[in-house]
Design a protein around this ligand. Sequence first.
Ligand code: NAP
Length: 248
Amino acid sequence: MFDLAGKIAVVTGGSRGIGRAVSIALAGAGAHVLVNYRSNEEAAKETLRLIEEAGGTGEALGFDVADSESVETAIRDAAKRHGHIDILVNNAGISIDQLLLRVSAKDLEMTWATNVNGAIFCSKACIRSMMRNKWGRIISLSSVVAESGNAGQVVYSSSKAALLGMTRSLAREYASRGVTVNAVAPGFIETDMTADLPETARQGIVDQTPLGRIGRPEEVAAAVVFLASEEASYITGQVVRVNGGMHV
Ligand code: NAP
């Protein structure tokens, strides 16, 4: 439906879960996808296998988004190899859930280093190429809890709310250069991140969701592909909520 032929896309945390679905969907629309992973190279290769099986192209690109030098080097080399980077999906994220009184400085630092610093480092590394081409898309994975809040998720929800601030600021900063910057805020989606949720918590989420079920990674990926497309050219600084109506 959407045509991304000739575009080079970087998907951070593309090895598993939502990132995998996003990588497959972008490649399905014709983009060449650089599938980033931190440690699980096998999972990244499986994403690539699925991309190629569906007739798409991509490559695995290992780096830790929280390490600014690794990000710079990996993305600079990729931009040199391909000539340009057109689409960045800031998807890599971690969640360490604790009530406030149990939050440690280390949990806070680790989460913000990946979820917030990582997105800013990757955006910074890609923006030059996008500005040069006067075309770019930066799409970041926030979360329903950035806006609704959730007991036990002060660290995670605050990091995801920070991404909304980043999105709005970058949208204003780069609109004149042809770069749109948006966020996708999923509700609860079936991935490794939510796999350990106890059955009662899972049922509670389903009960709070008007559509009456947990979401699928592909349903989030569809919103990302739209925002990456030419058809979304007049959308910037926005949050697309893919949450089954959980927060309206
Ligand atoms: P997931 O299944 O836990 O996968 C996380 C991905 O992030 C993996 O590919 C992992 O790579 C990568 N990653 C983690 N830290 C990294 C780092 N420092 N550098 C590079 N890659 C890193 O997560 P998910 O559920 O698909 O979530 C994807 C995004 O959507 C996250 O930002 C999450 O906060 C957000 N989100 C998820 C949900 C949900 O219900 N699942 C809801 C709202 C928002 P490795 O494979 O190498 O470990």
